[in-house]
Write a protein that binds this ligand. Structure first.
Ligand code: MLT
Length: 283
């Protein structure tokens, strides 16, 4: 069910499913030009958890941010968590959602029991990437949103998958087109300006998961792999034959990765809090 909050007069939409009695939810953040429905293919296997999905500002049913930048997205996540009185969560981010999750980890490390980067990485944009994003902004400013979005999605899937499932690619294009230009431009600007988060990863006290596709054309495997030794605890999963969209290309594998990591982080949190209780001085 869709829930809506207002922050600074802007709507933030989120969706709550699974076991609502669980105090520590799995929070799922979609990527660029997507919305919370991105996670639909993996939701059935996650119902034992409490799941929150948030439409990042400018996508789905959330209004565009007042100012572009990862901060606005992090603020939206905090607004939802605060509204629901949730101090701690396990945060999963797909691609741009991973950039948001990393910025959340930098600002609110104490609220994280786990961080999962799904087809994402901690590196800032290369000059080529910035140039491509600027060209995209120009297209959007010239009213070419449909063209821009149509070019975006086919390259996100492994070529064989895109050939075999044109319906899935087309559904993503149709959904991507529904978002306002302002939201897409804000996201492109935010990604251009985002900081390098290698330090954030290296300082992460919580476990970090990396889910990578060997055929990902957006997040090169070798570059992403180079970041996997940074955190003290890493769970690395590389899916062969998969591009940037495991939720469609390999939903069973992704469901398993999300749920195993979630279980591990929850068990770790429980063990830590019972140790604390046992060792804390009486009174
Ligand atoms: C995404 O899927 O969120 C974006 O393609 C990420 C990016 O462009 O860096």
């Amino acid at each position: 069910m869709e829930n809506t909050l207002l922050a600074n007069g802007r709507r933030i939409a989120y969706y709550s499913t699974g076991d609502s009695r669980q105090p520590v939810p799995l929070v799922l953040l979609h990527g660029f030009c997507e919305d919370s429905s991105l996670w639909d293919p993996v939701l059935p296997g996650l119902q034992v958890f409490r799941i929150l999905r948030i439409d990042l500002p400018g996508f789905g049913a959330s209004d565009p941010p007042l100012t572009p930048g990862m901060d606005s997205y992090v603020d939206a996540v905090c607004v939802v968590l605060n509204e629901l009185n949730i101090p701690t969560c396990i945060l999963y981010g797909h691609s741009m959602g991973g950039y948001v999750a990393l910025e959340f980890a930098r600002q609110h490390a104490e609220r994280l029991a786990g961080l999962s980067l799904i087809h994402s990485h901690p590196f800032a944009d290369s000059p080529d990437r910035i140039e491509a994003r600027r060209k995209g902004i120009e297209l959007l400013q010239h009213g070419k949103k449909d063209l821009y979005v149509a070019q975006l999605f086919p390259g996100l899937f492994a070529p064989a998958f895109a050939r075999q499932h044109p319906d899935i690619v087309e559904a993503m294009v149709q959904k991507g087109r529904q978002g306002p230009e302002a939201g897409i431009i804000a996201a492109l600007t935010g990604m251009i300006e985002r900081r390098d988060q290698q330090d954030t990863l290296a300082q992460c006290a919580c476990p970090v998961q990396f889910v990578l596709g060997a055929l990902d054309g957006i997040i090169p495997l070798e570059q992403a792999m180079s970041a996997t030794p940074y955190p003290a605890i890493s769970d690395v999963r590389v899916f062969s034959e998969i591009g940037h969209m495991a939720m469609f290309e390999a939903p069973e594998l992704l469901m398993q990765a999300v749920s195993e990591f979630g279980r591990y982080c929850l068990r770790r949190l429980e063990a830590r809090s019972s140790n604390k209780t046992q060792t804390s001085p009486p009174g």
